[in-house]
Each structure stands twice: as C-alpha cells, then as structure tokens.
Design a protein around this ligand. Sequence first.
Ligand code: ADP
Ligand code: MG
Length: 302
Amino acid sequence: MLLETAAAPPARRGLSVRTRGLVHVYRGEGRDVAALAGVDLSVRAGEMVALLGPSGAGKSTLLSLLAGLFRPTAGSVLVGDLDLTKAAQPELDRLHASGVSLMLQGAARNLLPFLTAEENIAFAQHAARRAAGGDAHLPGAPELLGTVGLADVGREPLSSFTPGQLQLVTLAVVLATAPGLLLADEPTSRLDHGARELVLAALARVNQQLGTTVVLVTHDADVARWVPRTVTIRDGRIGGEGRAGEEYAVVTADGFLPLPGHALELLAPGTLVRFELEDGVYHLRVEADGEQTGKQDGVDES
Ligand code: ADP
Ligand code: MG
C-alpha cells in the first residue's frame, strides 16, 4: 500500500508569557525615565489579553520587552521556556524569525508600501525560512489573507487599500511566520468604528482558530467585547485587571495592592487598615485617629 503523506502543517502552539519584577529605565542625558516599575504579568499559552492604560503608562515598553527588542533594566521575561533576559543572540534571532511577532503601532511601519500584500508576506517569510535553515512550513498567502478576511486582494497595490485593510494586511504579514505569540501595539488606533471591529474580530479569530497567544495594547473602550481579559497599566505598574467586564485590583508578587482611583478617595495615603477574617469573609477595618470607623467593605475569602 502506498501511503501519501502531506507536508506537516506548521506547529502553531501558543507561547506563554511570564514577567517578574520587570523594571525598565530609559537613560537620557541628565534625565532618566522609569517606564516600568516592577511588572508581574502572566499570560497563559493560547490566551488573549488587552493592555489598557493612559499614554506614557509603559505599554509600548512592555510590548517591546516581551518581543525581546531590548533588555530590561531589571527583572525577567519568559516567553515559552526562553528567558529573554538571558538568551544568547542566536536564540533571540530564532524567536524573532518564528516565535514572536510584533505589530508596531501604525500599519506603515510594518509594511513595504511599494509591494503587494502577497509580496509583503513572501518578504516576511524569506527571513523566517533562512533562520529555520530553509525547511520551515509556513502558511501560504491565500490562507493568511483568508484568515484576516482579505481574500482576493493579495495582488492589488497597497496604495488602493483603506487604513483598515492595511491594518488587516499587517496582521496577515505578522502571522506569516506562524508565531506562537502575537504582540500588537494599538492595532485599532486612527481607524473608524467599522474598521476597528474588523481588526479586533480578526485578532480574536487568530487567537481562537490558530491558538496563537495574543497580547494587544489598545485605547478601545469596547475591547472587552472581544477580549476576555484586560490588564490596566498605570505608571509602569499593573493597576488592575478586568474579567468579563468586572474590574479587580491585583496583588503584586511582593505583596503590594495598588488601589484604584475611587478607593483612594476613601482610603487616603497614610490610612491605616487591617484585614480581618470573620466567618470566611475578609473585612477591611480602617483605623482613623486611633478610633475604628467600622467595617468599610467585605469580600469573599475565596
Ligand atoms: P505608552 O505606550 O503606554 O504610551 P511608553 O512605553 O511609550 O508608554 O512610554 C513610557 C514612558 O517612557 C514615557 O514616559 C515615555 O516618555 C518614556 N519613553 C518611551 N520610550 C522612550 C525612549 N526611547 N527614550 C526615553 N524615554 C522613553
Ligand atoms: Mg505606546
């Protein structure tokens, strides 16, 4: 009996992410900027997470460190089993060629404008094949463009594309190397409502159908409709997490609990608080001027 074996499909397992105590300081002339001040972030393989936060909070710095573009001032970054802060250059090169893809902010920074979508994909795959010694099994351009909802326009000049279509081409290009981790910096900025929906839907489809771990940065208020988990970055730290529309504060690895803004009105800096366990429920007891003002809040112990 003759057995015909098709070429093995590309392995597209999602890669996990884990940072611990991540600190990054940009050294400037006479002025240092602490962009990240101790970030502990864990993302499971195959998960999709949106990073939210005001401008200057450190979101792009965090994405760059997850992509291994430069080394942090302190702390560790694990992508899969690889500690990016200790990896040698050849390991980082391999990771960039086929493990991690970064969509920079603004489609123009990711695309060669004088080439078609198919040619942009081929260009991205050329480097990946070279890094893998020529035998990488990578998805074809029609499959990639189909995944992002842009079948049939692969050979048209990019000059005829709308901003939303260009962002979808960018997504197809960064997927061309079959990454296990896709990082996207503001992929919906400067797009109209309809285009934003298409890009977020395409990212969610990539996550669900290919199993790619997706971490995106966005200002999009209704991103929670597409992303089950949001992480808010504030002043270089994780300021909170959202799960299915509910906001939570997150205890850091070193035991700190960043308070959300509205809680600071009740618990001003310097307030003394005590946690008391009563019938399986934690109560936060506030000490004011030496007198207890009573229970402020109760949370389930679980
Ligand atoms: P976000 O993406 O959330 O807007 P960034 O990570 O770009 O935040 O920036 C965080 C902080 O680091 C800001 O104060 C910013 O001005 C500063 N920063 C970012 N990149 C550089 C750089 N290359 N050199 C010096 N400072 C920088
Ligand atoms: Mg940014």
